[in-house]
Design a protein around this ligand. Sequence first.
Ligand code: SF4
Length: 375
Amino acid sequence: MAGIYIHIPFCKSKCIYCDFCSITKLALSNDFLVALNHEFAFRKNEFQNETIETIYFGGGTPSLLKTSEIQSILEGINKNYAVAKNPEITIEVNPDDISFDYLKQLLKTGINRLSIGIQSFDDAILRFLGRRHNSNQAEQTIVNAIKAGFKNISTDIIFGIPGLTMAEITKCLDLFIKYKVQHISAYHLTYENGTKLYKLLDSEKIKLIDEDFSLEQFTTIENHLKSNDYVHYEISNYSLQGYESKHNTNYWNGIPYLGFGPSAHSYNNNIRSWNTNNLNTYISKICEGKLPSRKEKLTKKMQYNEFIMTSLRTCRGVDPEKLKEIFGIKHYNDFVVAIDKYIKSNHIAINNKNYILTSQGMFLSDGIISDLFKV
Ligand code: SF4
């Protein structure tokens, strides 16, 4: 079992918080698609014994592609890899560039899961973030997606934004609930170095919101969604029963995946590799018949840290028997000692013998997980 990730590195404009690999020079789109097709063929021997169960179009803005281009990418994958009969195929779409007809065509390509980049239903917040859509377009996209026949829809919300009120958060969640979207991702705003948002913070034009208010928002989202039948199955992800993202769940379970396109990462048998994040370099190297990537073999310590991080992020938590079996008694003993203070402080609980983050623990997960890492 394995997954494929395709990175589409184009956006119409750049949102102020975004540090993903994306450029606004859409003229490179054709050259990119040719290079992507070559990359499928170059790397076809990497996963000869694996069946591809999930395909994920991320970005950037994959919905800037024509549906015929998406179709030919899927044909390229099918030509070079063994794809399962009913794979989960997800595409990230932005409300400002898709119509009802586009969604109907998308469904015909085999895409069966939509991830709609909504972030908020507050127009002032959307403008502040530099998003190109407004709240009406966001709601209309959900309506259109359902009408077009999508049965697996994911939406997202960003919280922790300066000026965002609890009332707006609840309004956003209530709209998701009203349309019974199957999956909701909830992310705290992050200030990545090099972004416009970071510069605003650095020049004191905006302020970080109070940590207690952040926690209140996180807890409100969790309680509101849980009381409406959503399962909090990963720190930033909620779903109705049976609608967890298979692609991301496989990643958290250590299932191999291949990433194509600039900046895409791959993982297989403890080898991790990543493509250049420069689109021009990506295209020119591939045209020369070279792979624009670097790779590293994960050491035992890196594998342990990866295991702790991916396990603790999910609701299944760390299975101590599995930890002992893979990494040995010493790592197990070290883990049990290190985790004790978090159990006493109620940041970690034991559930069916596994160690899981509590709600308070999830909110502070970055610090807790890195504290448990081997250095
Ligand atoms: S649409 Fe997504 S990828 Fe593009 S700039 Fe905005 S956040 Fe970044």
